[in-house]
Design a protein around this ligand. Structure first.
Ligand code: AMP
Length: 419
């Protein structure tokens, strides 16, 4: 198997990688690093958790080191890495700091939601590698603080998520200002038509490198699920945390409101919990993430967008407090446990009407999720209706039937109470 010393890395980078404790390159690193070093454009189909950050950061550092070294003065912006979320941007920069330990290039990260002052100060000191989210980058370019004229390498990271988040116009504005002679690295977890088209506009004769797609969760994630009633979910969650002896976990909820509500409930237990979602300020989000990474917070409750790019070493447990209605989201969520060769467990709590989503997820993965039946909060709600779903007519009939039944039950209870 190819090792890091066979990828053509220079000694200072090789040592920095060894310091990180990496022993073997991941498949995307094996494929991409030599190609980037050969100055080829790359179309990378890979999601977070595959080691893709190092796959582009490491050769970029090496190339810029070879072009410019690390001059004291007059540093030029040589590489721009554009990524959709602040958390991901921060994480990429943290990785670059580590891989750049001995090469000492100037690097910085910029993102919105905080005042620009400190970021501008850093930029003025000279930056060779810049990690940015689109909005703040455009802002600073418009103010004349950032110029892309000397750029040699452009990375578009998580292109599909960029488009999902509505960044297409921002991307177009930015790419228009890139030098036409450049190297471009384009990463996306999926490759629908609009992404393929965007990649074709940006890349020149790219080498395609592909690792696992979102329909394939990491094999080393043990997947469990529990069925229960909506009203019993919090009790079941607490039972599972105890029973599985979970000390720390990332818990997904569907809504920001749901995340806050769960934090309030969990705070009444022995667990230290915090939420991370779009309604929190950037500082609150950072504090929660930092606390979680440092072990000061046991349970981090997140919505999907906010959790994008969260990378925590040895994330043992991921819990779905709500089943996502998009199957790929499930695969993406559970991919956060058991990253880069570690093993992990995902636990999904399924309330009655979420069962059809499970069927869709299993179909996508071509794999069954292990159902744990033996627990004190089994499902009692009527849900056969949605289990025999798909054909819309019988489903509608079934659903009405279910409703009638429950309202009938309610009425008869009331009658009893009145009598
Ligand atoms: P990424 O997909 O870039 O978000 O990386 C996921 C995680 O894998 C990060 O914590 C990296 O530090 C880690 N990682 C990346 N490459 C390797 C490697 N070759 N060996 C072990 N861990 C790695």
């Amino acid at each position: 198997m190819t090792q890091f010393d066979q990828l053509g890395l220079i000694d200072p980078i090789y040592r920095a990688v060894a310091d990180k404790g990496y022993e073997t390159p991941t498949p995307i690193q094996r494929q991409a690093i030599p190609k980037v070093l050969q100055r080829k454009d790359v179309l990378g189909i890979a999601q977070t958790g595959t080691g893709k950050t190092a796959a582009f950061s490491i050769p970029i550092i090496q190339l810029i080191h070879q072009i410019d070294g690390a001059p004291r003065h007059g540093k030029k912006l040589r590489a721009l890495i554009l990524t959709p979320t602040r958390e991901l941007a921060i994480q990429i920069e943290e990785n670059i700091r580590d891989y750049n330990r001995y090469t000492k290039l100037g690097h910085a990260v910029i993102f919105g939601g905080v005042k620009q002052g400190r970021q501008v100060e850093q930029l003025k000191r000279g930056v060779q590698i810049l990690v940015a989210t689109p909005g703040r980058l455009i802002d600073l370019m418009d103010q004349g603080i950032i110029s892309l004229d000397d750029l040699k390498i452009f990375v578009l990271d998580e292109a599909d998520r960029m488009l999902d988040m509505g960044f297409i116009h921002d991307i177009k504005r930015i790419t228009k200002r890139l030098p036409s002679k450049r190297q471009t690295l384009f990463f996306s977890a999926t490759m629908p038509d609009n992404i393929l088209q965007l990649s074709q506009n940006l890349l020149h004769n790219p080498v395609r490198v592909e690792v696992e797609t979102r329909s394939k969760p990491a094999d080393h994630v043990r997947q469990l699920m529990y069925r229960t009633d909506k009203s019993k979910k919090i009790d079941l969650l607490q039972y599972i945390l105890k029973e599985e002896q979970i000390e720390t976990a990332l818990i997904f909820t569907r809504t920001k409101y749901g995340a806050d509500k769960l934090v309030r409930k969990l705070k009444k237990t022995d667990y230290r919990a915090a939420a991370i979602h779009g309604n929190k300020s950037q500082n609150q989000r950072q504090a929660a993430l930092k606390g979680f990474k440092a072990g000061k917070i046991d349970l981090l409750i997140a919505t999907d967008i906010a959790a994008r790019g969260i990378d925590i070493k040895q994330l043992g447990h991921v819990i779905n407090y709500n089943v996502p209605n998009i199957s790929e989201t499930y695969v993406h969520r559970i991919g956060r446990s058991g990253r880069a060769g570690e093993s992990g467990t995902s636990i999904t709590i399924v309330q009655g009407d979420e069962w059809p989503y499970i069927k869709d997820i299993e179909k996508l993965m071509k794999k069954r999720i292990e159902l744990i039946k033996d627990h004190p909060y089994p499902q009692t709600e009527q849900t056969e209706v949605k289990e025999t779903k798909k054909s819309s007519k019988p489903q509608a009939k079934g659903r009405n039937h279910g409703k009638k039944k429950s309202s009938h039950r309610w009425r008869s209870k009331k009658k009893v109470a009145q009598s």
